[in-house]
Design a binder for this molecule. Structure first.
Ligand code: 2P0
Length: 350
């Protein structure tokens, strides 16, 4: 049952996801449950992912986490909640089988690497917490399903729960007071619609206006438009977006994606004091997509923006030349873009 020197370890990857129906607002801050359901597309792990190794041994002196070689603060309630829940599940296994090594009593050493610049302001917390939770679950050999793990990852960072699934995944807000039904599920696997692509346009990095966690709480507290969003806008859009994905209906998918991004940023503007995540470069990206769609005489691309100025543009592989070509031309010419490559990414890794 575990010798002095024995080191136990497990590694995993988790992908970045970019929401097309946005999570914004917490119903219960402690449980990290949301005011509305959300839906995202998982990006290819070849391009954007976190790789995490979890280790433990009787010699490990304290819990620790490094990201790209730098020590991270793990004292926060969110990270602690993930550690606590996973240890409790391991304890349960150990109590049923005395031959298992007592890993739950050992300290954890977590080593994470992102294969994309953290400075790019992409959804790194989503991939980060998803990988952390799965790496520890693998180390502990927990029989948990992806849905179970998503419930734990949600407590680390809301958007992380969606990164436990590939392809098209949704986070059901849930209705239980203890958060037990607030978890992610698969809407469709990546193979259902493998033609989906994403281009990430990295706008010149200014520091984030307000952190997501602080921003969304201020929006909940002050924005009347947000109340309309969670009651009357998002529930209908979730249904319509699931249908668009099931039907592989890009025009509907794109219209909903753009409208939901606009509605989310309008709620940020309606927050008091207002929160500005998009800048003039972001606005230029919207006009560029409008122009590409007008020239095609149909909707061939869809922009979306998270809590920052970077654009993610979704399109289908068949329109690669049209969309990625136009994007690259603009990125090469105009100032305001940090990364001029306009890298095209398989939106749902196959
Ligand atoms: C999303 N965002 O659905 C939305 C769209 C940003 C805009 O999830 O406080 O880092 O850790 O639960 O997950 C960013 O919020 O927030 C986010 P916490 P998170 O992807």
């Amino acid at each position: 049952a575990g010798t002095q020197e024995e080191v136990y370890r497990a590694s995993t990857y988790a992908p970045v996801n970019i929401a097309v129906i946005k999570y914004w607002g917490k119903k219960n801050v402690e449980l990290n449950t949301p005011t509305n359901s959300s839906l995202s597309v998982t990006l290819s792990q070849d391009d954007l992912r976190t790789h995490t190794t979890a280790l433990c041994s009787v010699e490990t002196a304290k819990d620790s986490l490094t990201l790209n070689g730098k020590d991270q603060d793990i004292s926060g309630a969110r990270t602690q909640a993930c550690f606590r829940e996973l240890r409790a599940l391991r304890k349960e296994l150990e109590s049923k089988d005395a031959s298992l090594p007592k890993l739950a009593d050992m300290k954890l050493k977590i080593v994470s690497e992102n294969n994309f610049p953290t400075a790019a302001g992409l959804a790194s917390s989503a991939a980060g917490f998803a990988a952390l939770v799965r790496a520890i679950a693998n180390l502990y050999q927990l029989p948990s399903s992806p849905a179970d793990l998503s419930r734990i990852a949600r407590q680390g960072s809301g958007s992380a729960c969606r990164s436990l699934f590939g392809g098209y995944s949704a986070w059901e807000q849930g209705s239980q007071a203890d958060g037990s039904d607030s978890a992610a599920y698969e809407v469709a696997p990546a193979s259902h619609w493998p033609e989906m692509r994403a281009a990430i346009l990295v706008a010149s990095a200014e520091k984030k206006d307000v952190s997501s966690t602080a921003g969304m709480q201020l929006t909940v507290a002050t924005s009347p438009l947000f109340q309309e969003r969670i009651k009357n806008v998002v529930p209908k859009r979730m249904k319509a977006m699931e249908k668009a994905v099931h039907d592989r209906d890009f025009e509907s998918f794109a219209a909903l994606t753009m409208k939901d991004s606009n509605n989310f940023h309008a709620c940020c503007m309606d927050t008091f004091p207002p929160i500005f995540y998009m800048n003039s470069t972001s606005h230029a990206a919207i006009r560029l997509c409008d122009a590409i769609n007008a020239a095609a005489d149909k909707t061939v691309c869809a922009y979306t923006f998270d809590a920052g100025p970077n654009a993610v543009v979704y399109y289908l592989a068949e329109n690669e030349t049209q969309v990625a070509g136009a994007i690259k031309a603009v990125l090469g010419d105009k100032t305001g873009w940090e990364d001029k490559r306009g890298q095209s990414i398989k939106a749902a890794g196959t």
